[in-house]
Write a protein that binds this ligand. Structure first.
Ligand code: FMN
Length: 201
């Protein structure tokens, strides 16, 4: 368990905003300080998955998410994707835990190659070089050889690759139950307590 309540959460343009939102809510509930990054493609996915666009202005979007997650103490800090001076871009300042959820195959490939073309990729690059805990939650089907090779490359570097693959043995009664199964698995790997499912995966 890491003695640091800071975490970087990057949301990219793979399908699965409900995973990100549930994870964000739970992290806030557990008093984690979240440095949040949302890619442009993720915003497009959110719009299609929820029928509602996230506010485009950074401050408005941050306020919206804080309100949604009942974050009354400002635990969520939404970062600009090109804020190279942000702590997540620096080896000495970055939180020691990062999750990319959901992770698109595009970001997966960029991270596997160390591109660092935006703040999400840079933060992941920092996490790998500093041997921090990095969890990625890819979602795509089917997976090509390229996707699999990129995942293998990252797994060999110590990145935890946790595809969004919900199980059904906890007899989910709702979509939220299915989502929570995946989120609970991520929480476990972050060293945090899961409270979302009775199964306690
Ligand atoms: C509605 C929608 C759903 C998408 N779902 C996926 C997906 O599940 N997995 C994936 O790898 N890419 C998916 N994409 C494509 C990515 O969004 C696209 O490759 C984008 O360039 C990723 O950029 P990012 O990694 O910077 O977020 C989806 C795109 C849209 C518009």
């Amino acid at each position: 368990m890491v003695n640091d309540n800071r975490i970087t959460l990057a949301v990219t343009g793979a399908s699965g905003w409900p995973y990100a939102l549930s994870l964000l809510q739970t992290l806030v509930k557990q008093q984690q300080q979240v440095f949040l990054l949302i890619s442009d493609a993720a915003r497009e996915v959110v719009r299609l998955e929820t029928g509602q666009a996230l506010p485009t202005q950074q401050q408005d979007c941050q306020a919206y998410l804080r309100h949604y997650c009942q974050d009354n103490t400002g635990l969520i800090q939404l970062l600009n994707n090109h804020d190279w001076l942000s702590c997540v871009a620096s080896g000495s300042g970055a939180p020691r835990r990062m999750v990319i959820c959901p992770c698109s195959m595009g970001t997966l490939a960029a991270v596997a190659c160390g591109l660092s073309n935006n703040l999400i990729e840079r933060a992941a690059d920092v996490a790998i070089k500093e041997h921090h805990s990095l969890i990625i939650v890819p979602r795509e089907m089917p997976l090509s050889v390229l996707h699999l090779e990129n995942m293998l490359k990252l797994a060999r570097l110590g990145v935890v690759v946790m595809p969004a693959s919900p199980a059904f043995y906890h007899q989910p009664q709702s979509i939220q139950d299915v989502v929570d199964f995946v989120v609970e698995r991520i929480l476990k790997h972050l060293g945090l307590q899961g409270t979302l499912t009775a199964w306690g995966v």
